[in-house]
Design a protein around this ligand. Structure first.
Ligand code: FAD
Ligand code: SF4
Ligand code: SF4
Length: 457
């Protein structure tokens, strides 16, 4: 038994920093089988409890070991309609892989990359069967938002025969998967392919529909028997610092949406302008910050993460931090911005920064950063990206009478029924929890679908 996992081939940093092509290349069939054979097939399978959607991990891993790749796909799809996506972006090291018993003997089983392998192999070798759908039921359900939470809920309901219509504000479905996560981590063609599953299930996808603006919740209520709100947390947080309104200071959402969804990196082939950047300072150190810093690098800029703690406390996935470092992103740690300074035409040209030191841990177990007085110094940046978190967008909840929200905009639900304070309107994903993860949003979508079925029955 090899205690070490089979390494996943990756493109070299030198090769990849000039384009938006995917970084890890994924396992070959032989490599996947070798990795799968390391699984001990534990009776209690702690790994399953680490997965928010309860994938039968030992089963699908064993099917890979037996080269039954088609069966492995079916096992995954029983509870996860987008395995090619979760296999790529799940924070596995904190979930299924964190509790894998092989962790104690060496490396945990590479569950995420095996999941990705199965989905990719099935797609590339035409192994996917059209989903089986129950007899069509009379009840109609509206899903608001086409991110992972809405997609999961829609797929489960449609598979069970409910008539499902999805309303999405943007012109393409996928939520953050499409507009936030860059193609070097999650290629758009993978998302589009996984979303075809919804079409096969007969889900009616309506784009450019903003509920609360050009679609009215009361009207939806008249036409549908239940509603699932999965509008995510797409409104950026700002720091409230002097100079934050200068030209060249972006929220991470705008910066990444321009680059990913609107393909500014292919300008002028795509008509999306973005400033010509030479030196970019990204404030924050989560997944969003890593994505922005690595995108800036690929746009030809020198790229810096400006973070008030040290890298070990960064909330980003380990893989993203390692990739960012390999590619040449500079980490300016123990640094907190004080203000942004502009030139005479109103463009940002410098960031004034305090140095910090770490104090006792905060409630979340992370040490709190203390700003050190009289340590201010200026650094030149012609572009600044603020990546310090997102909150739910007001457009939905300010126009949804009877749907109560917390002070920061998170929709209040009954934990058991998943229903909001308005009868028949359910909610989940980032719109309820605040910015979280793809798989937690999917877990919410799954729970909501089961509760909606019970409610409609
Ligand atoms: P979203 O994905 O936000 O989807 C909500 C959808 O609702 C959007 O398409 C939006 O346009 C639509 N919408 C909003 N308001 C309305 C309205 N009024 N009417 C109609 N439609 C509306 N998580 C991970 O697990 N791994 C990662 O590596 C990772 N990286 C990330 C990188 C970035 C840049 C970002 C921003 C997030 C990342 N996350 C990651 C977090 C993860 O993507 C989210 O937690 C997840 O997408 C939430 O899913 P959701 O379905 O709740 O919402
Ligand atoms: Fe692990 Fe995520 Fe796959 Fe669940 S969906 S098994 S948490 S990688
Ligand atoms: Fe396999 Fe690890 Fe799950 Fe055990 S805990 S069954 S070794 S994946």
């Amino acid at each position: 038994m090899n205690p070490k996992r089979v390494k996943v081939p990756e493109r070299s940093p030198e090769e990849r920093i000039d384009d938006f092509g995917e970084v890890p290349l994924g396992y070959s069939p032989d490599q996947a089988v070798e990795e799968a054979k390391r699984c001990l097939q534990c009776k209690k399978s702690p790994c399953i409890s680490g997965c928010p959607v309860d994938i039968d991990i030992p089963k699908f891993v064993n099917e890979i070991a037996e080269r039954d790749f088609k069966d492995a796909l079916e096992t995954l799809k029983e509870v996860n309609c987008i395995p090619a996506i979760t296999g790529r972006v799940c924070p596995q090291e904190e979930q299924c892989e964190a509790v894998c018993v092989m962790d104690k003997a060496g490396d945990p089983i590479n569950i995420g990359k095996l999941e990705r392998f199965v989905a990719d192999y099935a797609r590339e070798n035409d192994l996917e069967e059209p989903p089986e759908v129950e007899e069509v039921k009379e009840e109609k359900v509206a899903i608001i938002g086409s991110g992972p939470s809405g997609v999961t809920c829609a797929a489960m309901l449609a598979q069970d025969g409910y008539q499902v219509t999805m309303f999405e504000a943007l012109h393409e479905p996928g939520g953050v998967l499409k507009y936030g996560i860059p193609e070097f981590r999650l290629p758009n063609e993978i998302i589009d392919h996984e979303l075809e599953y919804l079409e096969q299930l007969g889900v009616d996808m309506k784009m450019n529909r903003i509920v609360g603006q050009n679609v009215d919740l009361d009207e939806l209520e008249e036409k549908f028997d239940a509603i699932y709100v999965a509008t995510g947390a797409g409104a950026p947080r700002f720091l409230g610092l002097e100079g934050e309104d200068l030209k060249g200071v972006y929220s991470a959402n705008e910066f990444l949406t321009r680059i990913n969804l609107m393909k500014a990196y292919k300008f002028p082939e795509y008509d999306t302008p973005i400033t010509h950047m030479k030196k970019v300072g990204v404030i924050g150190a989560g997944n969003v910050a890593m994505d922005a810093a690595r995108s800036a690098l690929r746009m030809g800029a020198e790229s810096h993460i400006v973070y008030r703690r040290t890298t070990e406390w960064s909330p980003a996935r380990n893989e993203e931090i390692e990739h960012a470092k390999e590619e040449g992103v500079t980490f300016d740690t123990l640094c907190n911005p004080k203000r942004f300074i502009g030139d005479e035409e109103g463009w940002v040209k410098e960031m004034e920064i305090y140095e910090c030191e770490l104090e006792e841990p905060e409630e979340d177990g992370r040490p709190s950063p203390k700003v050190l007085e009289d340590t201010e110094h200026k650094k030149e940046f012609d572009t600044v990206v603020i990546a310090v978190g997102q909150t739910p967008n007001k457009v939905f909840y300010e126009n949804a009478e009877g749907v109560d929200v917390k002070h920061w905009g998170g929709i209040i639900i009954d934990e058991e029924t998943r229903m909001s304070t308005r009868e028949g309107v359910f909610a989940g994903g980032d719109a309820v929890s605040g910015a979280a993860t793809v798989i937690l949003a999917m877990g919410d979508g799954r729970k909501a679908a089961l509760n909606i079925m019970e409610y409609l029955a």
